[in-house]
Ligand binder design. Structure first.
Ligand code: ZN
Length: 344
Protein backbone atom coordinates (compact mmCIF):
# COMPACT_ATOMS: atom_id res chain seq x y z
CA UNK A 1 0.00 0.00 0.00
CA UNK A 2 1.21 3.53 -0.91
CA UNK A 3 4.29 2.56 -2.92
CA UNK A 4 6.31 5.72 -3.45
CA UNK A 5 8.01 7.02 -6.59
CA UNK A 6 9.30 10.26 -8.05
CA UNK A 7 7.80 11.75 -11.22
CA UNK A 8 11.11 11.37 -13.05
CA UNK A 9 13.92 13.90 -13.05
CA UNK A 10 16.36 14.77 -10.26
CA UNK A 11 18.92 17.60 -10.07
CA UNK A 12 22.21 16.93 -11.84
CA UNK A 13 25.33 17.21 -9.67
CA UNK A 14 27.43 20.34 -10.33
CA UNK A 15 30.28 18.19 -11.69
CA UNK A 16 28.00 16.69 -14.35
CA UNK A 17 26.36 19.80 -15.75
CA UNK A 18 25.22 23.31 -14.98
CA UNK A 19 22.66 23.33 -12.19
CA UNK A 20 19.22 24.95 -11.74
CA UNK A 21 18.59 24.89 -15.50
CA UNK A 22 16.15 23.02 -17.73
CA UNK A 23 18.67 22.84 -20.61
CA UNK A 24 22.02 22.64 -18.75
CA UNK A 25 25.37 22.42 -20.51
CA UNK A 26 27.37 19.26 -19.79
CA UNK A 27 30.68 19.68 -17.96
CA UNK A 28 32.51 16.94 -19.87
CA UNK A 29 32.39 15.20 -23.23
CA UNK A 30 32.96 11.82 -24.83
CA UNK A 31 33.85 8.93 -22.52
CA UNK A 32 34.29 11.23 -19.53
CA UNK A 33 30.73 12.51 -19.95
CA UNK A 34 29.39 8.97 -20.28
CA UNK A 35 31.17 8.00 -17.06
CA UNK A 36 29.93 11.11 -15.25
CA UNK A 37 26.33 10.34 -16.28
CA UNK A 38 26.72 6.78 -15.01
CA UNK A 39 28.17 7.99 -11.69
CA UNK A 40 25.30 10.45 -11.21
CA UNK A 41 22.75 7.75 -12.03
CA UNK A 42 24.19 5.38 -9.43
CA UNK A 43 24.37 8.14 -6.85
CA UNK A 44 20.67 8.93 -7.25
CA UNK A 45 19.63 5.28 -7.21
CA UNK A 46 21.40 4.98 -3.87
CA UNK A 47 19.79 8.19 -2.60
CA UNK A 48 16.29 7.03 -3.56
CA UNK A 49 16.86 3.66 -1.90
CA UNK A 50 18.34 5.27 1.21
CA UNK A 51 15.33 7.59 1.48
CA UNK A 52 13.14 4.49 1.41
CA UNK A 53 11.36 4.96 -1.91
CA UNK A 54 9.73 1.84 -3.35
CA UNK A 55 9.93 2.51 -7.09
CA UNK A 56 13.28 3.75 -8.39
CA UNK A 57 14.21 5.78 -11.47
CA UNK A 58 17.45 6.91 -13.15
CA UNK A 59 16.69 10.55 -12.27
CA UNK A 60 17.12 11.40 -15.98
CA UNK A 61 20.82 12.05 -15.36
CA UNK A 62 21.81 11.00 -18.89
CA UNK A 63 19.62 13.42 -20.81
CA UNK A 64 20.02 17.16 -21.09
CA UNK A 65 16.26 17.70 -21.19
CA UNK A 66 13.34 15.30 -20.90
CA UNK A 67 12.23 15.83 -24.51
CA UNK A 68 15.46 16.64 -26.33
CA UNK A 69 17.26 13.67 -24.74
CA UNK A 70 15.04 11.43 -26.85
CA UNK A 71 15.20 13.57 -29.99
CA UNK A 72 19.01 13.41 -30.07
CA UNK A 73 18.72 9.79 -31.23
CA UNK A 74 16.20 10.45 -33.98
CA UNK A 75 17.15 10.74 -37.66
CA UNK A 76 15.27 13.45 -39.52
CA UNK A 77 15.92 16.09 -36.86
CA UNK A 78 18.33 18.96 -37.37
CA UNK A 79 19.99 19.73 -34.06
CA UNK A 80 22.58 22.04 -35.65
CA UNK A 81 20.06 24.73 -36.47
CA UNK A 82 17.80 25.22 -33.50
CA UNK A 83 15.11 27.88 -33.69
CA UNK A 84 13.37 29.90 -31.02
CA UNK A 85 9.79 28.77 -30.49
CA UNK A 86 7.11 29.56 -27.93
CA UNK A 87 6.16 26.27 -26.32
CA UNK A 88 3.21 25.12 -24.15
CA UNK A 89 0.92 27.61 -25.91
CA UNK A 90 3.63 30.30 -25.83
CA UNK A 91 4.09 30.10 -22.06
CA UNK A 92 7.84 30.30 -22.57
CA UNK A 93 10.39 30.38 -25.38
CA UNK A 94 12.76 27.53 -26.02
CA UNK A 95 15.49 26.84 -28.58
CA UNK A 96 14.14 23.78 -30.33
CA UNK A 97 15.54 21.49 -33.06
CA UNK A 98 13.72 21.15 -36.40
CA UNK A 99 12.10 18.14 -38.03
CA UNK A 100 13.44 18.20 -41.60
CA UNK A 101 12.72 14.71 -43.00
CA UNK A 102 10.98 11.44 -42.21
CA UNK A 103 11.67 10.30 -38.64
CA UNK A 104 13.59 7.16 -37.77
CA UNK A 105 15.48 6.01 -34.69
CA UNK A 106 19.28 5.96 -35.08
CA UNK A 107 19.34 3.04 -32.68
CA UNK A 108 18.66 2.59 -28.98
CA UNK A 109 18.06 5.81 -27.07
CA UNK A 110 18.29 4.94 -23.38
CA UNK A 111 19.86 1.45 -23.30
CA UNK A 112 22.94 2.58 -21.39
CA UNK A 113 21.23 4.19 -18.41
CA UNK A 114 18.29 1.75 -18.30
CA UNK A 115 20.56 -1.30 -18.21
CA UNK A 116 22.84 0.40 -15.70
CA UNK A 117 19.90 1.20 -13.42
CA UNK A 118 18.49 -2.32 -13.79
CA UNK A 119 21.83 -3.83 -12.78
CA UNK A 120 22.03 -1.71 -9.64
CA UNK A 121 18.63 -1.89 -7.99
CA UNK A 122 16.33 -4.74 -7.03
CA UNK A 123 13.43 -2.34 -6.61
CA UNK A 124 10.79 -1.83 -9.26
CA UNK A 125 12.32 0.34 -11.96
CA UNK A 126 10.38 3.13 -13.64
CA UNK A 127 11.68 4.73 -16.81
CA UNK A 128 10.34 7.92 -18.38
CA UNK A 129 9.93 8.94 -22.01
CA UNK A 130 8.36 12.11 -23.39
CA UNK A 131 4.83 11.62 -24.75
CA UNK A 132 4.14 12.17 -28.46
CA UNK A 133 2.04 15.29 -28.00
CA UNK A 134 4.60 16.96 -25.75
CA UNK A 135 7.36 16.14 -28.26
CA UNK A 136 5.35 17.75 -31.05
CA UNK A 137 5.06 20.86 -28.86
CA UNK A 138 8.83 20.97 -28.23
CA UNK A 139 10.15 20.70 -31.81
CA UNK A 140 9.75 22.83 -34.95
CA UNK A 141 8.10 21.07 -37.90
CA UNK A 142 9.55 21.74 -41.35
CA UNK A 143 8.46 18.44 -42.88
CA UNK A 144 5.15 16.86 -41.83
CA UNK A 145 2.92 19.94 -41.91
CA UNK A 146 0.41 18.07 -39.76
CA UNK A 147 0.62 17.87 -35.99
CA UNK A 148 -1.31 14.61 -35.64
CA UNK A 149 0.65 12.84 -38.36
CA UNK A 150 3.92 13.93 -36.77
CA UNK A 151 2.71 12.86 -33.30
CA UNK A 152 1.93 9.36 -34.57
CA UNK A 153 5.32 9.20 -36.32
CA UNK A 154 6.98 9.98 -32.96
CA UNK A 155 4.65 7.53 -31.21
CA UNK A 156 5.99 4.69 -33.39
CA UNK A 157 9.57 5.55 -32.46
CA UNK A 158 8.66 5.84 -28.79
CA UNK A 159 7.03 2.44 -29.01
CA UNK A 160 10.23 0.86 -30.39
CA UNK A 161 12.25 2.30 -27.52
CA UNK A 162 9.59 1.44 -24.92
CA UNK A 163 9.54 -2.22 -26.02
CA UNK A 164 13.34 -2.30 -25.82
CA UNK A 165 13.25 -0.75 -22.32
CA UNK A 166 10.82 -3.47 -21.28
CA UNK A 167 13.29 -6.05 -22.59
CA UNK A 168 15.99 -4.32 -20.49
CA UNK A 169 13.92 -5.17 -17.41
CA UNK A 170 12.10 -1.90 -16.84
CA UNK A 171 8.90 -2.49 -14.80
CA UNK A 172 7.05 0.75 -15.56
CA UNK A 173 7.30 2.84 -18.72
CA UNK A 174 5.97 6.33 -18.08
CA UNK A 175 5.24 8.88 -20.78
CA UNK A 176 5.40 12.54 -19.76
CA UNK A 177 2.62 14.62 -21.27
CA UNK A 178 2.56 18.11 -19.70
CA UNK A 179 1.12 19.31 -23.04
CA UNK A 180 -2.14 17.49 -22.20
CA UNK A 181 -2.80 20.20 -19.60
CA UNK A 182 -2.37 22.94 -22.20
CA UNK A 183 -4.20 21.53 -25.24
CA UNK A 184 -6.98 19.68 -23.46
CA UNK A 185 -9.27 19.25 -26.46
CA UNK A 186 -6.48 17.93 -28.69
CA UNK A 187 -5.38 15.64 -25.87
CA UNK A 188 -8.84 14.11 -25.62
CA UNK A 189 -9.31 14.04 -29.43
CA UNK A 190 -6.00 12.43 -30.45
CA UNK A 191 -3.31 12.87 -27.78
CA UNK A 192 -4.47 9.87 -25.75
CA UNK A 193 -4.63 7.75 -28.93
CA UNK A 194 -1.07 8.73 -29.86
CA UNK A 195 -0.06 7.79 -26.33
CA UNK A 196 -1.68 4.38 -26.69
CA UNK A 197 0.22 3.90 -29.96
CA UNK A 198 3.45 4.64 -28.06
CA UNK A 199 2.52 2.04 -25.42
CA UNK A 200 1.24 -0.59 -27.88
CA UNK A 201 2.25 -4.16 -27.09
CA UNK A 202 3.84 -3.36 -23.72
CA UNK A 203 3.18 -5.97 -21.05
CA UNK A 204 4.98 -4.05 -18.30
CA UNK A 205 3.05 -1.34 -16.43
CA UNK A 206 2.27 1.76 -18.49
CA UNK A 207 1.92 5.24 -17.03
CA UNK A 208 1.41 8.86 -18.02
CA UNK A 209 2.51 11.93 -16.08
CA UNK A 210 0.47 15.11 -16.51
CA UNK A 211 1.48 18.16 -14.54
CA UNK A 212 1.59 21.94 -14.47
CA UNK A 213 5.31 21.95 -15.16
CA UNK A 214 8.62 22.31 -13.40
CA UNK A 215 8.94 24.84 -10.60
CA UNK A 216 10.41 27.51 -12.88
CA UNK A 217 9.26 31.13 -12.89
CA UNK A 218 7.38 30.93 -16.23
CA UNK A 219 5.29 28.06 -14.89
CA UNK A 220 4.65 29.67 -11.51
CA UNK A 221 3.51 32.85 -13.31
CA UNK A 222 1.27 30.79 -15.58
CA UNK A 223 -0.30 28.97 -12.64
CA UNK A 224 -1.15 32.34 -11.12
CA UNK A 225 -3.35 33.04 -14.17
CA UNK A 226 -5.32 29.80 -13.91
CA UNK A 227 -7.71 30.97 -11.22
CA UNK A 228 -8.92 29.36 -8.02
CA UNK A 229 -9.86 26.04 -9.58
CA UNK A 230 -7.64 24.23 -12.06
CA UNK A 231 -10.04 22.02 -14.01
CA UNK A 232 -7.82 21.02 -16.95
CA UNK A 233 -7.77 17.38 -15.80
CA UNK A 234 -11.55 17.27 -16.06
CA UNK A 235 -11.30 17.42 -19.85
CA UNK A 236 -8.60 14.75 -20.25
CA UNK A 237 -9.20 12.19 -17.53
CA UNK A 238 -12.37 10.69 -19.08
CA UNK A 239 -10.41 9.86 -22.27
CA UNK A 240 -7.55 8.46 -20.18
CA UNK A 241 -9.93 6.40 -18.05
CA UNK A 242 -11.12 4.68 -21.24
CA UNK A 243 -7.56 4.13 -22.50
CA UNK A 244 -5.21 1.20 -22.04
CA UNK A 245 -2.75 3.28 -19.95
CA UNK A 246 -2.68 1.85 -16.43
CA UNK A 247 -1.30 4.59 -14.18
CA UNK A 248 -1.79 8.36 -14.13
CA UNK A 249 0.56 10.74 -12.32
CA UNK A 250 -1.03 14.05 -11.36
CA UNK A 251 -0.32 17.22 -9.43
CA UNK A 252 -2.11 17.60 -6.10
CA UNK A 253 -0.34 19.19 -3.11
CA UNK A 254 -0.32 23.03 -3.23
CA UNK A 255 -2.16 22.97 -6.55
CA UNK A 256 -5.63 24.32 -7.19
CA UNK A 257 -6.77 21.05 -8.73
CA UNK A 258 -10.13 20.07 -7.16
CA UNK A 259 -9.21 16.71 -5.58
CA UNK A 260 -12.54 15.14 -6.56
CA UNK A 261 -11.35 15.14 -10.21
CA UNK A 262 -9.29 12.07 -9.23
CA UNK A 263 -12.60 10.20 -9.20
CA UNK A 264 -12.64 10.48 -12.99
CA UNK A 265 -9.74 7.98 -13.04
CA UNK A 266 -11.67 5.09 -11.59
CA UNK A 267 -10.02 1.81 -12.55
CA UNK A 268 -6.56 3.40 -12.88
CA UNK A 269 -3.64 3.53 -10.49
CA UNK A 270 -3.15 7.14 -9.43
CA UNK A 271 0.26 8.60 -8.64
CA UNK A 272 -0.75 11.47 -6.41
CA UNK A 273 1.58 14.46 -6.20
CA UNK A 274 2.24 14.95 -2.49
CA UNK A 275 5.49 16.92 -2.89
CA UNK A 276 5.54 20.48 -4.26
CA UNK A 277 8.40 20.98 -6.73
CA UNK A 278 7.86 24.75 -6.99
CA UNK A 279 8.83 25.42 -3.38
CA UNK A 280 12.02 24.80 -1.43
CA UNK A 281 10.04 24.34 1.77
CA UNK A 282 10.33 20.70 2.82
CA UNK A 283 7.01 18.97 3.45
CA UNK A 284 6.55 17.37 6.85
CA UNK A 285 5.58 13.69 7.01
CA UNK A 286 2.25 14.86 8.48
CA UNK A 287 1.56 17.10 5.48
CA UNK A 288 2.38 14.26 3.09
CA UNK A 289 0.20 11.82 5.02
CA UNK A 290 -2.63 14.39 5.09
CA UNK A 291 -2.48 14.75 1.29
CA UNK A 292 -2.60 10.96 0.97
CA UNK A 293 -5.60 10.97 3.34
CA UNK A 294 -7.34 13.58 1.17
CA UNK A 295 -6.70 11.56 -2.01
CA UNK A 296 -8.05 8.42 -0.32
CA UNK A 297 -11.52 9.96 -0.46
CA UNK A 298 -11.38 9.59 -4.25
CA UNK A 299 -8.82 6.84 -4.95
CA UNK A 300 -8.88 3.37 -3.46
CA UNK A 301 -5.99 2.58 -1.13
CA UNK A 302 -4.52 -0.12 -3.35
CA UNK A 303 -4.45 2.21 -6.33
CA UNK A 304 -2.78 5.17 -4.63
CA UNK A 305 0.93 5.80 -5.24
CA UNK A 306 2.39 8.87 -3.46
CA UNK A 307 4.63 10.77 -5.87
CA UNK A 308 6.15 14.18 -6.52
CA UNK A 309 4.07 16.77 -8.40
CA UNK A 310 6.65 16.89 -11.20
CA UNK A 311 10.37 16.38 -11.75
CA UNK A 312 12.92 17.91 -9.40
CA UNK A 313 15.57 18.72 -12.05
CA UNK A 314 15.90 22.49 -11.49
CA UNK A 315 16.07 22.27 -7.67
CA UNK A 316 18.97 22.38 -5.23
CA UNK A 317 20.41 18.93 -4.77
CA UNK A 318 20.14 18.98 -0.96
CA UNK A 319 16.55 20.17 -1.10
CA UNK A 320 15.67 17.37 -3.52
CA UNK A 321 17.24 14.86 -1.13
CA UNK A 322 15.16 16.19 1.75
CA UNK A 323 12.02 16.04 -0.40
CA UNK A 324 12.69 12.35 -1.20
CA UNK A 325 12.99 11.74 2.50
CA UNK A 326 9.73 13.58 3.24
CA UNK A 327 7.95 11.53 0.56
CA UNK A 328 9.05 8.21 2.05
CA UNK A 329 8.42 9.26 5.67
CA UNK A 330 4.99 10.67 4.82
CA UNK A 331 3.96 7.47 3.04
CA UNK A 332 5.16 5.43 6.04
CA UNK A 333 3.05 7.59 8.35
CA UNK A 334 0.03 7.20 6.06
CA UNK A 335 0.50 3.41 6.11
CA UNK A 336 0.42 3.54 9.89
CA UNK A 337 -2.68 5.73 9.88
CA UNK A 338 -4.58 3.63 7.36
CA UNK A 339 -3.29 0.17 8.23
CA UNK A 340 -6.47 -0.87 10.00
CA UNK A 341 -8.64 0.44 7.25
CA UNK A 342 -6.54 -1.64 4.82
CA UNK A 343 -7.32 -4.87 6.64
CA UNK A 344 -11.04 -4.76 6.02
ZN1 ZN B 1 5.90 17.21 -14.75
Amino acid sequence: MFETAIAGSLPKPAWLSETHKLWPQWKAEGDALRQAKADATLLWIKAQEDAGLDIIGDGEQSRQHFVHGFLEQVDGIDFEHKVKMGIRDNRYDAMVPQVVSALKLKGRVHAFEAQLARAHTRHKLKFTLPGPMTIVDTVADRFYGDKIKMAFAFAELLNQEALALQADGVDIVQFDEPAFNVYMKDAADWGVKALERAAQGLTCTTAVHICYGYGIKANVDWKNTLGDEWRQYEQIFPALAKSSIQQVSLECYHSHVPPHLMKLLEGKDVMVGVIDVASDVIETPEQVADTIGLALKYVSKHRLFPCTNCGLAPMDRDIALKKLDALAKGAALARKRHREAAQD
